[in-house]
Ligand binder design. Sequence first.
Ligand code: ZN
Length: 121
Amino acid sequence: MSVDMDESDWRRHLGRRWSAQFGGTPFGFAVGDGWDHLLAEVFRRVDAALEDDERADFAWSDIKEKWGALRMTHYGGDRIEDIVDWAEAASKRICDRCGWSGRLRSEGGQWRVRCDACDGL
Ligand SMILES: [Zn+2]
């Protein structure tokens, strides 16, 4: 999957909006466009969950798609891990292309969450 990181890219917007969660230097995360609302919700929930004294130490270490599902690793604690668990489970039901409800499908050995309309695209 190619991820277009032009200035209007939603990933770049989210990275800027929540740059504190990236140690001030957001990285581009290679996930499909259909997960834009999911990622926005994750960052919002993490922001709400972090205590003030945890904020400076928290950062994402990786955000990617693996075996069709969202994978997020971080330097936070159990409350953040609960959010990540929720997000990774939710990603398996959200088409990573358009954001509609989908399911994990395998195509040519490649796993993707796709809705019926996007299946095979
Ligand atoms: Zn779709």
